[in-house]
Structure formats: structure tokens, C-alpha cells
Design a binder for this molecule. Structure first.
Ligand SMILES: Nc1ncnc2c1ncn2[C@@H]1O[C@H](COP(=O)(O)OP(=O)(O)OP(=O)(O)O)[C@@H](O)[C@H]1O
Ligand SMILES: [Mg+2]
Length: 218
């Protein structure tokens, strides 16, 4: 096993082991809060601690996810279906405030890991929605096959990647949106596990544009 896979396993194991004591501590806090009057000034501290624990839980989940991103299991996948699955539930349609434009010509298929790639594209869509900050916006996603290369693009009409983050955007724990900063690290790891590349720039919709290229199975 390679050093990086050993490290992945180790990080994943630790994150996993931390889940149980965290869940137990969270339950204990909730019980303590229940024992207090709502007006008790101490309950505000408990709520704050509960919020922090929620953040830790999300971080652990993201760590576990990141640790598994390097092991791919290729299947024959319909690319339009993959995009649809990736977007499902992520694009708020309540007020029609986020418009999703899907662009797939024909019915291309490819041998990639459906679950990991769907989550990777999902992360990019999630970031775009977050970048709109509640304002209306448009997200364009595409999948295509040319020769022996699969190409995905995800672009949005948001503000674009902040200049000061651009060089480190795919590094773990880099965030400008108060997230865990593990989303793009996950995307990059999944793409590279497929032997592919990811690049970011500015797109025609005005905001960030991510382009993923994956070669035919080596
Ligand atoms: N489409 C985008 N438009 C503008 N900024 C973006 C976009 N995608 C990513 N970013 C910037 O890159 C940062 C890192 O993204 P990444 O997905 O790795 O972490 P996150 O979204 O902050 O947290 P997490 O994904 O772990 O919840 C974001 O916080 C944001 O500042
Ligand atoms: Mg993210």
C-alpha cells in the first residue's frame, strides 16, 4: 500500500473513531440544555457549544469522505444521468432563483466511478449556489466526450473565485465561505484518481468555471 493510501486510511480511521465520543458529548449537552429553563443564561453557552460540535461533525464527515476519494470503482455510466443525479436536491427551485442549464449532446457514456464523480460534480454545484449568497443566479453544467476524453464543465454567474484564494483553491481547509474547505480538495482527488485534471477560470456566465478532463481508462 502506498504512503498516501496509508495516510488516507489513518485519517479516515481517526475521523471515524471521533464520531462516537462526539455524538455522546452532543447528546449530553442536549440533555443539560433540556434541564434548564429557556431563560437560563447558561443555555446560550450550550447552544453555542452545540453549534461548534455540529461543525466538528461536518468536518469529520468531510474528512471521511476525502479519505475514500482516492479509491475508484469504474462503471459504465450515462453522463446525462450523472449530471442530473449530481444536481438533484442541490439547486434550490423554490423561487426559481437559481437556474440550472444542462448541456449534454447525445447520450455519451464513460467508464468512471459514478458515486465519487457524482459527488464531485455535486460539490461544484453546491459551491456555485453558495457563491450566489441567496441572490438569483445561473449554473451551467455540461458533459461531453471527444475521442478518448471525457470533459465536464461547471460554471456560474456568481462573483468568481476570490483573487486571494485562487492559488490555493484546491488545497484542503481553504475556505472563503465559512465551509470546511474540503469540497474542492475532494473534487481534485477524485479527478486525479481517474488520471484526469481540473482547472478553474472565469466563464461566460461571469463567475467561476471549472473544467474537468478525464482520459479514457489507461
Ligand atoms: N463557484 C465558486 N464561486 C466563487 N467562489 C468559489 C466557488 N467555488 C469555490 N469557491 C471558493 O473556494 C473556496 C473553497 O471551496 P471548497 O468547496 O473547497 O470549500 P467550502 O465550500 O468553503 O467548504 P466545503 O465544501 O468543505 O463545505 C470556497 O469557500 C469559496 O471561497
Ligand atoms: Mg464547497
Amino acid at each position: 500500500m502506498s504512503v498516501s493510501m496509508e495516510l488516507d486510511r489513518f485519517a479516515g480511521m481517526i475521523a471515524h473513531e471521533l464520531r462516537n465520543p462526539l455524538a455522546s458529548a452532543t447528546t449530553n449537552l442536549a440533555v443539560a440544555a433540556d434541564l434548564m429553563e429557556e431563560t437560563d443564561p447558561r443555555s446560550a453557552f450550550i447552544r453555542r457549544a452545540e453549534k461548534e460540535m455540529d461543525r466538528i461533525r461536518l468536518l469529520l464527515d468531510a474528512c471521511i469522505e476525502l479519505a475514500t476519494a482516492g479509491r475508484i470503482d469504474r462503471r459504465d455510466v450515462s453522463l446525462p444521468q450523472l449530471l442530473q443525479d449530481a444536481a438533484e436536491g442541490l439547486v434550490p427551485s423554490r423561487n426559481g432563483d437559481v437556474e440550472l442549464r444542462l448541456d449534454v449532446a447525445g447520450t455519451p457514456r464513460a467508464r468512471i466511478d459514478p458515486s465519487l464523480m457524482q459527488r464531485a460534480i455535486g460539490n461544484l454545484i453546491e459551491n456555485a449556489v453558495k457563491a450566489f449568497g441567496g441572490e438569483p443566479g445561473t449554473i451551467g453544467i455540461s458533459a461531453s466526450r471527444t475521442g478518448n476524453e471525457v470533459r465536464f464543465t461547471v460554471e456560474d454567474s456568481g462573483p468568481g473565485i476570490p483573487e486571494e484564494l485562487r492559488a490555493r483553491i484546491f488545497d484542503p481547509l481553504v475556505t472563503g465561505l465559512k465551509g470546511s474547505g474540503l469540497g474542492l480538495a475532494f473534487v481534485k482527488k477524485v479527478v486525479e484518481a481517474h488520471g484526469g485534471t481540473i482547472e478553474v477560470g472565469r466563464g461566460e456566465l461571469g463567475g467561476a468555471r471549472f473544467e474537468i478532463r478525464i482520459p479514457e481508462e489507461e
